[in-house]
Design a protein around this ligand. Structure first.
Ligand code: F6P
Length: 320
């Protein structure tokens, strides 16, 4: 029987973390558990910065992006000393299990910490990058894609009116998921992702050919892990002599009100995480796959996710 759990958000924030916190707290309380909120992720566990949360303390956060618990990247948690201090906090506050809301860096840390000190940890997959292995959809990815899409739609208006080429950089360090989704839904002409080598010569050939047959505006989406929008735009102008503009969306995609999909995932996964801890489960990440909640061992979840990119790339090209 567990009595007290703690919830934390770690790594890069993702829209939908707040609804996930809300669900963990309210489902925990409904099941007669005490729920503590840890501030600034692992940092808060190391430094004992946590407090009891009740039903009312998560009122009004369901529609807010970011995380009311704050989040941080915490190199100190990689050290023996940091982990030892975090474990002291777990003992001091008699915490029986942790709900870790974050991405693969957070799960890797939770796996090591949980195994070393026998602290049950359940992860909730939240990352705009959607790069958790074994999980189709993470909290925040849909919101980030829709934010990127709004930007593309706006850029399209000016690109068409002024007959220009645009290179739009979206987030995605090692994973082209956001770029592919935005490029497809935005009707973009090309996309560069970290999973494939960038062939700028071929793209420029397409642009010049398009130009000759009257296609004069062009939007190329580039994932940050595949190159910098500014450098690519410069090279396109050098090769084609056509006017090219660069835009980097950056952290704009990390904020904003979570979409219905991001909230629904968050609320369902929050509930599932509490229930998993109550059943005595540990060392697992929860997410959505094929429309269902799935639970994936941390060790599997942190492996490289292989995206099936070929079909999407082909479709983008066919529809150009
Ligand atoms: O959380 C994932 C992510 O947004 C990546 O897409 C991006 O590369 C990284 O985080 C940026 O991290 P930071 O906000 O710490 O610069």
């Amino acid at each position: 029987m567990i009595k007290r759990i703690a919830v934390l958000t770690t790594g890069g924030d993702a829209p939908g973390m707040n609804p996930a916190i809300r669900a963990v707290v309210r489902c925990g309380v409904a099941n007669k558990l005490e729920v503590m909120g840890v501030f600034r992720g692992w940092w808060g566990l190391i430094n004992g910065d946590l407090k009891l949360l009740d039903h009312r303390s998560v009122s009004g956060i369901i529609s807010q992006g970011g995380t009311v618990l704050k989040t941080a990247r915490c190199p100190e948690f990689k050290t023996e000393e940091g982990q030892e201090r975090a474990f002291n906090t777990v003992k001091k506050f008699a915490i029986d299990g942790l709900v870790v809301i974050g991405g693969n860096g957070s799960f890797s840390a939770a796996h090591k910490f949980g195994s070393k000190y026998n602290v049950p940890c359940i992860g909730i997959a939240a990352s705009i990058d959607n790069d958790i292995n074994g999980i189709d959809y993470t909290i925040g990815a849909d919101t980030a894609i829709n934010t990127g899409l709004c930007a593309i739609d706006n850029i399209r208006d000016t690109a068409t009116s002024m007959e220009r080429i645009f290179v739009v950089e979206v987030m995605g360090r090692d994973c082209g998921f956001i770029a592919l989704a935005v490029a497809l839904a935005g009707g973009c002409e090309d996309v560069f992702i970290p999973e494939r080598p960038v062939d700028l010569e071929a793209s420029c050939h397409d642009i010049v050919h398009g130009n000759l047959i009257g296609k004069v505006s062009w939007i190329i989406v580039v994932a940050e892990g595949a190159g910098k929008a500014n450098d690519i735009a410069k090279k396109i102008t050098e090769i084609t002599s056509l006017e090219t503009r660069a835009i980097t969306l950056g952290h704009i995609q990390r904020g904003g009100r979570p979409t219905a999909l991001s909230r629904d995932l968050a609320l369902n996964l929050g509930k599932a995480a509490v229930e998993a801890l109550m059943r005595g489960e540990k060392d697992k990440a929860l997410g959505f796959s094929a429309g269902k909640i799935v639970s994936v061992d941390f060790e599997t979840a942190i492996k490289k996710k292989e995206l099936n990119v070929e079909n999407i790339l082909k479709l983008i090209k066919t529809l150009t």
